[in-house]
Design a protein around this ligand. Structure first.
Ligand SMILES: CC(C)(COP(=O)(O)OP(=O)(O)OC[C@H]1O[C@@H](n2cnc3c(N)ncnc32)[C@H](O)[C@@H]1OP(=O)(O)O)[C@@H](O)C(=O)NCCC(=O)NCCS
Length: 139
């Protein structure tokens, strides 16, 4: 698969914003330089984000456009985000099985910002599944 992974420019970032709204992902404090965008034939096909939370880094706002799912794009974006991440890395999700192969492990112990994220998701992004916190276990 010929995939280009890069930080989006301003126009590309606006496109990502629209997808984030459409996919009902976390849209708070979005900043262009937090993102990795995936392009195929110059078309945006996916994106993901590393958000600095003060007490840790959070991997969030990960999305692949509907017609391009299950082709390895989400995996490629996560791998790129892992390369870029330096600090303790956490995420909150409803699909732990997707993240487990990248050495993310479910945990009940996490920083305050991650508790805040769980509370936000539970209150604002309502889904039948349970939100879980996961920590990246580098070693
Ligand atoms: C979750 C999402 C980013 C996955 O992207 P994708 O490009 O379809 O994923 P990939 O094709 O790279 O899949 C990688 C692996 O995860 C598996 N997988 C894909 N979606 C999955 C899901 N929802 N749950 C569990 N496993 C999943 C694939 O089968 C694949 O396994 P394999 O490597 O053994 O073949 C995409 O479905 C999406 O945008 N969903 C809507 C937004 C969302 O839920 N974002 C996550 C917020 S935390």
């Amino acid at each position: 698969m010929n995939l280009e992974l890069k930080t989006p420019n301003k126009i590309e970032f606006e496109q990502i914003r629209n997808y984030i709204r459409e996919f009902e992902l976390d849209n708070r404090e979005l900043k262009q330089d937090q993102f990795v965008a995936a392009y195929r034939n110059n078309e945006l096909v996916g994106f993901g984000r590393l958000r600095e939370r003060g007490d840790c880094t959070e991997l969030c706002s990960l999305g692949v456009i509907t017609t391009e799912r299950r082709k390895g794009i989400g995996k490629a974006i996560v791998k790129e985000l892992l390369k870029r991440s330096k600090e303790e890395l956490y995420l909150v999700c409803i699909i732990p099985d997707f993240f487990a192969p990248f050495k993310f492990q479910e945990t009940l112990y996490y920083p305050k910002s991650i508790q805040e994220k769980i509370d936000y998701c539970t209150a604002e992004l309502i889904v039948p599944e349970k939100y879980v916190a996961m920590k990246y276990m580098k070693n």
